[in-house]
Each structure stands twice: as structure tokens, then as C-alpha cells.
Design a binder for this molecule. Structure first.
Ligand code: M6R
Length: 600
């Protein structure tokens, strides 16, 4: 949550910072700001709302070769111009942007800043006021920065300007993501390489509790104690076109349409020269050593984990538990003797999941991260990584990452099963190929999904998704998609659970979206539909070819029953998209949300 950028070099920094922030807007978008520094000092521009609002207030005549910027997802203090970053110390000398949460800000305020009139309600302002205080007591900026960092508890990615030194940006990181980008005559700072791809594809990863002194010619990484660290840069393998919308009106629609391509890419990436699916032997060994697997994830990734459990149990015959990461810390189950943890996270930065990872690593357990972002925190800190190869996912609502997660989990299950000598009655490569073709058929049927959205969801205040077995899990994802982008209250239920309470909510016209893709429960789920129809519900049945009846609203192509989540979710993604569009919601940046949830 929150995105930060910084530039120091020969060019005017304003436009580079603003463009960078536009690329980071997915991380938070309730307010934004930049601070630029030249020989006349530092000028701050900040505004409530989107980067476009910020852009409209930036003075185009100000020229400055150094600057920092921030797009905010509020934690402490309401979204407002005052609470927007950058924050300045009362003397005006120091200006700072921060991503993360300072847990002990109140204690620090009482201990060090009595009598300092704070301007905002943020935890961040404490940092900049402390630095100013320590400098006023005689420390150099670098010493004051270090001293302040040692006092902070919590997470931070920080970029700091000192008005008396316009040749340096001071940078630090702990738990929140931050990269330094390298150029010939400049250097940059960014929460995500995407932001600064406009000027460089060379980046250096920063580790927790490191600080960096960035000038236009040099990047000095140090520990908090001042020991120099040398680290090679890597090339960010992002294609600029991957992060543009192109001709699409929304990233979400583009990302839905990319799913067939992503399926094919995953098959290709996980195939060896003999066209067999393969993963690192040490991951297979870790799977085989485990007596139980614990999948830890949040939101959509959790829903993918529920499907993954089915694959690993049914195909590889290893017991699996799936846990919501934010709950795991309080409700840790009695662990088995030889657990293996699998973290599923599109971003690889989700703070709730990371907290579990840190905890189970301390307990000495092994962890595998399945993520879309190589080099992300969860990837770096786990023992093993499997990549999704889905390309950047920018819309807040996750779509292609969900199907990529499920595909990678199916490959993990298949390769593990084969290594255990288990016979499979299908060829996964072929089945995933059939899935990719079926996805194309669904992506081409947008008009039908637009009609369904109009018919069932244009005026409703709530909607229910029902299914049995694996369809129930897809229903949970469908409900999350619909609620997060259209603000229709939507819930997913197991068909059999309806009678145990939820059916009381059914009124005349209540939309029920029922999934019927599993032969073994087809009659039961249709029985559940009859029960709600008898109470006035408006049913939209999405079934699979071979199981259809005349009453169905849409029939998806036939694929292997276990893999149906890969395609049955596409109608739900598209129906949610069109429902949000009809309601004139901001599809890519729904209210109150951010793409990467880096606070617990
Ligand atoms: O990056 P992660 O996969 O760890 O993110 C987890 C959730 O925050 C994420 O899936 C969220 O639920 C999406 N907005 C859903 O569309």
C-alpha cells in the first residue's frame, strides 16, 4: 500500500515523478504529492484524490533535478491534503515520503516530540520531525536519519530530502518494498520497477534495515550501522507494453483477456525439452518430505488455495489445510510433524502473509512461495519460489493471477504425483491447452456477459453465488470480484448451507448465480436453485457443456472437471466487470482498496 518514487539527475524531475506515480497508483489512490528540490529549496505539491488531481496543481514553471513523490492509501489519518505525503518538518528543512506503518509513533511522539506542533494525523510525520529534532541537537542528517530509524517499530520504505543538500536523497527500507534504479546520469527510487521503467530497467533490490545514500552519480547501500554493502543490479524483465492499457478501457478487461495467453505461457515455462511438466527437484522433494501442507494466502489468492487443496489432495495424495493469512497468527492449528508451507500471493508483498512466513521460518519450517513477482519479499524470504508468469497485474481486482495460481498449483500437484509413482488418468499439458482454448471462447462472449450483468445485477443491492464442491470455491471468488468493484453486497455459499440460515435473505428478485460444472453434484445444486426460486429468487445458472438444461443462462465449454475453476471464473469476472461499468464504478481502482496490501 502506498507507492513512492524519487529522482535525482540532470533532468527536470516533476514529469518523471508524476509519470512514476501514475504507474504506482494501483498501490493507493486517496491522495498524492511530490516534493521537488533545487537551489531555492524544496517545494511541495500535494492534493487529495488521484494523480490527475495532483498534476493539475503542480506549478509547471518550477524546475528541479531532485524530487520525491507518493501516492497514498490511508492508514493513520483520513484521506486529505494535510495527511497526504510528502510531510515536512516544522523548520521546513526536511521533507519525506513513507510507505508502511510506524507502530510506536504515539510513544515516540510522547517521548521526543512534546511541544512540537504536528501538522497532520499521520504516523509518518513523526519520522520527519524526529530527524529535524536530532539535527537541531547537533547530529548530521545522515546520523539523525540512522538514529531515527533505530527508534522506529513497524514497516517503512522512506525517501528523504534535506533542503540544505540538494545532491542527495536518503533512503531506507524495512518490510515495505523499495528498489533503487540506476541510470548513466541519474538514479531513481521506486516501490516497484514498473514506476521507473520509463527511465531505466536496471535495479538494485534493498533488504530490510538497509539505508541508501543516493546521488545522481552513486548509490551507496549500507547497514543501519554504516557498513557498506555491495549488490549487483538486475534487469527488470518488464515490457513497457505490459504495463499499458493499450486500446482497452480498463486494465481489468485487458487482464481478463490475457488469461488464455497466460495459460499457454505457463505450460511453456513449466515444460522441459521432452514436453513434460517439470519443477525444481528440491521443491518436489520438499512436497514429498511433507506429511501435511499448509497453504497461507489472502483474498483471491486464498480462493485459489482452496482449489489448490483439491488438486494436491486428489492428485498428489498429500493432506492440505488452507488458511487465511491474517488469521493464522491467532488461530495457528496444531501443526503436523513435517509441515510444508505454501504462500500464494500475486504481489509477493502481502503483509499478513509475510507475518506468517517470518513466524514459521523462526519455527524452522520450510516455505514455498507461489507469486507473480520475482524478487518480491515473499519470494526472497521463502526457501523456494514458483512463478506465475502472468505479467504485471495492475487492476486492483485480481483476475489473471487467480487462474495462473490455479494452473501452477495443478502443475505442482501433477509433478509431485508423478514423482510418487501415482498414475494420472489425464495429460495435464493437453488439459491446460483445452482450458486455454475454452478461455478464448469465453473472452469472446463478452456481449452475453454484459447482458447477464444488465439483467441480473443492474439494480440489485445484493447477490448470492452458490455452488457445491469446487464450484463453491469459485463462487467465493465470484462474490469477492463483484463486491469489490461494483459495491453490490455479494456472498458465496455452499449450496447445501443455504437452508441453514442464508435462505432467509432471499426475496423477490434476489439474484442467485449458481455454478453447475460438477457432474456428481449437478442434481443437488439444481435442487438448491429450485428452493430459492420457490422463494422468489432470480436464478442465473452457469453450467458446463454436458450438464446443461434449458433453464441455464450460460454454458461453458467442457474441460476436465478438476480444472473447471480455470474457466468457470471467467463468466464471473466479466459479469462483475460489466455490473461495475453499468453502475459507473471505477473498475480498476475501487474505493477504499489498494492492489498490494502491505500493512497488516
Ligand atoms: O498480492 P496477494 O495475492 O497476496 O493479494 C491478496 C489479496 O489482497 C488480493 O487477492 C485481493 O483480494 C484482490 N483485490 C482481489 O481481487
Amino acid at each position: 500500500m502506498c507507492g513512492i518514487v524519487g529522482y535525482i539527475g540532470n533532468l527536470d524531475s516533476k514529469e518523471i515523478l508524476l509519470k512514476g506515480l501514475e504507474k504506482l497508483e494501483y498501490r493507493g489512490y486517496d491522495s498524492a504529492g511530490i516534493a521537488v528540490m533545487n537551489d531555492n529549496g524544496v517545494q511541495v505539491f500535494k492534493e487529495k484524490g488521484r494523480i490527475a488531481d495532483l498534476r493539475s496543481i503542480v506549478d509547471e514553471d518550477v524546475m528541479a533535478n531532485t524530487g520525491i513523490g507518493h501516492t497514498r492509501w490511508a492508514t493513520h489519518g483520513v484521506p486529505s491534503t494535510v495527511n497526504a505525503h510528502p510531510h515536512q518538518s516544522n523548520s521546513g528543512r526536511f521533507t519525506l515520503v513513507h510507505n508502511g506503518v510506524i507502530e510506536n509513533y504515539d510513544i515516540l511522539k510522547r517521548e521526543y516530540l512534546q511541544g512540537v506542533a504536528l501538522q497532520s494525523d499521520t504516523d509518518t510525520e513523526i519520522i520527519v520531525q524526529l530527524i529535524d529534532l536530532f539535527v537541531s541537537e547537533g547530529l548530521s542528517t545522515e546520523e539523525a536519519f540512522r538514529k531515527t530509524l533505530t527508534l522506529l517499530k513497524g514497516s517503512y520504505a522512506i525517501a528523504l530530502l534535506d533542503a540544505e543538500n540538494n545532491e542527495t536523497i536518503f533512503v531506507a527500507k524495512n518490510k515495505s518494498p523499495l528498489l533503487v534504479g540506476l541510470g548513466e546520469t541519474f538514479n531513481v527510487v521506486a516501490s516497484d520497477a514498473m514506476a521507473m521503467l520509463q527511465v531505466t530497467d536496471q535495479y538494485v533490490e534493498l533488504m530490510d534495515k538497509e539505508i541508501v545514500i543516493v546521488t545522481k552519480d552513486a548509490v551507496q547501500i549500507q547497514t543501519l550501522n554504516g557498513e557498506a554493502i555491495s549488490r549487483d543490479p538486475y534487469t527488470a524483465e518488464l515490457d513497457a507494453s505490459d504495463i499499458e492499457k493499450g486500446t482497452y478501457p480498463h486494465y481489468m478487461l485487458k487482464e481478463i483477456d490475457e488469461q488464455p495467453l497466460v495459460m499457454r505461457k505457463i505450460i511453456q515455462k513449466y515444460q522441459n525439452d521432452q514436453d513434460e511438466l517439470t519443477i525444481d527437484q528440491e521443491i518436489v522433494d520438499a512436497m514429498n518430505d511433507a506429511d501435511r501442507i499448509y497453504i497461507i494466502a489472502a483474498g483471491t489468492s486464498y480462493h485459489a488455495g482452496l482449489v489448490g487443496k483439491q488438486f494436491i489432495e486428489k492428485i498428489a495424495k498429500i493432506p492440505v489445510e488452507v488458511h487465511i493469512s491474517s488469521e493464522f497468527g491467532y488461530n495457528m492449528p496444531l501443526l503436523s510433524e513435517k509441515p510444508l508451507f505454501i504462500f500464494i500471493s500475486q504481489s509477493g508483498e502481502t503483509a499478513d502473509s509475510r507475518a506468517v512466513l517470518v513466524n514459521i521460518k523462526e519455527m524452522g519450517h520450510k516455505a514455498l512461495t507461489i507469486t507473480n513477482v520475482p524478487g518480491s519479499t515473499l519470494s526472497r524470504e521463502a526457501d523456494y519460489t514458483l512463478l506465475l508468469h502472468a505479467g504485471p497485474e495492475i487492476a486492483v481486482a485480481s483476475t489473471k493471477a487467480y487462474t495462473a495460481q490455479i494452473a501452477v498449483l495443478s502443475i505442482l500437484a501433477e509433478v509431485t504425483a508423478k514423482s510418487r509413482g501415482l498414475e494420472l488418468d489425464f495429460n495435464l499439458v493437453q488439459e491446460l491447452g483445452i482450458v486455454a482454448n475454452a478461455m478464448e471462447v469465453l473472452c469472446d462472449a463478452k456481449e452475453e456477459f454484459e447482458d447477464i450483468a444488465r439483467k441480473f445485477l443492474s439494480t440489485t443491492r445484493n447477490a448470492f453465488f452458490i455452488g457445491r464442491g469446487i464450484d463453491f470455491y469459485v463462487g467465493l471468488e465470484g462474490a469477492l470480484k463483484l463486491k469489490e468493484i461494483s459495491y453490490i453486497q455479494a456472498e458465496g455459499f455452499a449450496g447445501g448451507e443455504l437452508k441453514h440460515g442464508t435462505i432467509a435473505l432471499i426475496e423477490n428478485g434476489t439474484p442467485i448465480i449458481a455454478l453447475a460444472t460438477q457432474e456428481s453434484v449437478n442434481l443437488s445444486i439444481r435442487g438448491n436453485v429450485k428452493e430459492v426460486v420457490a422463494r422468489g429468487a432470480n436464478p442465473c445458472i452457469i453450467s458446463m457443456k454436458g450438464l446443461e438444461t434449458e433453464e441455464d443462462s450460460f454454458i461453458i465449454p467442457e474441460v476436465n472437471e478438476l480444472l473447471t475453476p480455470l474457466i468457470s471464473v471467467i463468466p464471473l469476472q466479466l459479469i462483475s466487470y460489466f455490473a461495475a461499468l453499468h453502475r459507473e464504478c471505477d473498475v480498476d481502482k475501487p474505493r477504499n482498496l489498494a492492489k498490494s496490501v502491505t500493512v497488516e
